[in-house]
Write a protein that binds this ligand. Structure first.
Ligand code: BGO
Length: 271
């Protein structure tokens, strides 16, 4: 069985550039089943038995756009051996939003901080070790355009896929949200393998339509999940999807503040 590695990232994060660099001429292009979204796969250069699948560019793993649905279905159903999450390091704050979700899927993840050449050009510095510790996953700085760091990324991604080593889940949410997630994790653990419980408990709290449509949960479990979401919403006077999104952004803001050193005072890394 070949090793499967998926490439996930925001639109414009450099996925096409990286995919071309990693696979060279061994690419095949088709469509994802049933939809007119392009599917690209290729063999990783230098590795006979490793297939890279380029997922559509996405900002989130919500079930709202075709690209999001295609990406999450592939990850949840095909279970790649590892995910390379490509992050535009010159726009790190926005890109890490997807990262916090990818890390919940229970699949080994390596984050590739792309466009490091732009970050360096601007005199900014990213403390990748601090980011890696806080996110609980491996991290490699690369420039897909200049093909710098891409060999190291490929080697580390393959090693990760072979080892099956899953990341430690980062502490993203507040104690109150964690409290709401606890009974949902108990419910999810009846239906899903342990490594996927985090993903499904967050999705249950958000009343994710695709998950509810799966029809795996009993009426009693659905009622308990609804009560957990409704209680949190009453306290926050906000809907669960927004509560979760806000907490992700708060976590990322703090993380970026403590791990990105700006070369030009008053400028953000993306300027
Ligand atoms: C244009 N460094 C730099 N500096 N740029 C990069 C890097 C990197 O490491 N990686 C990618 N880019 P895609 P998605 C462009 O096309 O791979 C650039 O959507 C231009 N085009 O070259 O397409 C890459 O697949 C005119 O830039 O991303 C591309 O994820 C002027 O990031 C862009 C300037 O890369 C998006 C840039 C006509």
């Amino acid at each position: 069985m070949p090793i499967k590695i998926a490439l996930a990232g925001n639109p414009n994060s450099g996925k096409t550039t990286l995919f071309n660099s990693l696979t060279g001429s061994s690419q095949y292009v088709g469509n994802w089943p049933g939809v007119t979204v392009e599917k690209k796969e290729g063999r990783l250069k230098g590795f006979k038995d490793v297939i890279i699948t380029d997922l559509p560019g996405i900002y989130s793993l919500s079930p709202y756009t075709l690209e999001e649905v295609v990406s999450r279905n592939y990850i949840l159903e095909e279970r790649p051996d590892a995910i390379i999450n490509l992050v535009d390091a010159s726009n790190i704050e926005r890109n890490l939003y997807l990262t916090t979700q990818v890390l919940e899927l229970g699949i080994p993840v390596i984050v590739a901080l792309n466009m490091i050449d732009l970050v360096n050009r601007d005199g900014d510095r990213i403390d990748a070790d601090a980011l890696s510790r806080a996110l609980g996953c491996r991290m490699v700085g690369i420039s897909a355009l200049k093909e710098e760091g891409t060999e190291t990324l490929a080697e580390q991604a393959v090693a990760l896929a072979r080892s099956g080593e899953r990341c430690e889940k980062p502490i993203v949410f507040s104690p109150r949200v964690e409290m709401a997630l606890k009974p949902l994790a108990d419910i999810a653990s009846w239906h899903y393998p342990a490594e996927r419980v985090r993903w499904y408990s967050v999705k249950l709290l958000e009343r994710d339509q695709k998950l509810l449509e799966e029809g795996k949960l009993t009426g009693e479990e659905l009622a308990a999940a609804e009560e957990a979401s409704a209680a949190l919403e009453r306290e926050y006077d906000d809907d669960c999807e927004s509560i979760i999104a806000n907490e992700r952004y708060n976590f990322i803001t703090e993380l970026v503040d403590s791990s990105v050193i700006r070369g030009r005072v008053g400028m953000s890394v993306s300027d």
